[in-house]
Ligand binder design. Structure first.
Ligand code: SF4
Length: 131
């Protein structure tokens, strides 16, 4: 009788050890199946996204894009009514006299008369036709 109890106890301990190992293994496998965190952004600056991104996929006028500008520089942009999306289709930053092409790997370009990044489809009231 006591041998049978000892045997049962031994079996119980062996099964408990197996169950513990199986639980750890399943947890490890499931952890590998978790989707990527949607909050993690691979690009620190949306203005520096992959070159050629769709025009609606990036901003050159949001808080991150303007992070390096002073309040006075931001006010200058606002005073000239800068917007990332022109309301006059034939007047855009990328066909403006003052437009500066984006550097490699960036979506936003520059401007010879205003500070900061500018959207190719943007506009401000200093727009002038390219020569
Ligand atoms: S002057 Fe205005 S419209 Fe022309 S590139 Fe600069 S921000 Fe864009």
């Amino acid at each position: 009788m006591s041998d049978k109890k000892l045997l049962n106890r031994r079996q119980f301990l062996q099964r408990a050890a197996l169950l513990g190992a199986a639980t750890v293994g399943a947890g490890t496998i499931l952890a590998g199946c978790e989707p990527a965190d949607p909050q993690v952004d691979d690009q620190a600056d949306p203005a520096e996204g992959p070159e050629g991104a769709a025009p609606d996929d990036f901003s050159c006028d949001d808080q991150e894009a303007l992070a390096g500008l002073s309040d006075d520089e931001i006010t200058r942009r606002e005073n000239h009514e800068y917007t990332d999306q022109t309301e006059t289709p034939d007047q855009t930053c990328d066909n403006c006299l003052h437009w500066e092409e984006p550097t490699a790997g960036e979506n936003c370009g520059g401007c010879a008369v205003l500070p900061g990044p500018f959207h190719p489809d943007g506009w401000c009231n200093l727009w002038a036709p390219a020569a």
